[in-house]
Ligand binder design. Sequence first.
Ligand code: PNS
Length: 159
Amino acid sequence: MKKAGIALYPGSFDPFTFGHLDILERACRIFDHVQVTIARNSEKSGFFPNARRRELILECTQHLDNMSVEVFDGLLADYARSMEAVALVRGLRQVSDFDYEFRMAFANRRLAPEVETVFFMTSERHALISASIVREIHGHGGDISSFVPKPVLQALSST
Ligand code: PNS
């Protein structure tokens, strides 16, 4: 039987939410190893520095033993190829995600046809969480404890 291999779970993760954690946990059940790849989205400006995002993801994922977290700045398709990744994992929350995700998946497939993009449908309870909404609510002093794991909550509370 063919093994499931290494998957990359790329994203901005700024900050890492319960929605991200949910997708990651499910990907870890399927792939041999999942690398959370903190990559640069040229359309977004950063809130937490990449190194801090990495620390926080590590703190939130101590219960998972077949994953790692790396920061990467460059073209994801090239990186996936260099890592011999079999898949790129992305979460889908709602219909509005499709257009962006499809364009990205098609572009990555053109650049690295051997790397399959695999979509995980988010759990219902996380369908409305996005990192930008978390930042927005936090910026206005709202309660984000149901959106982000404790280490992220603590880090945001001290900003
Ligand atoms: O969480 P995000 O911001 O939706 O993740 C987007 C991300 C970081 C995965 C995407 O912007 C990306 O892959 N950036 C790395 C540069 C790259 O390869 N861009 C082309 C994507 S088609």
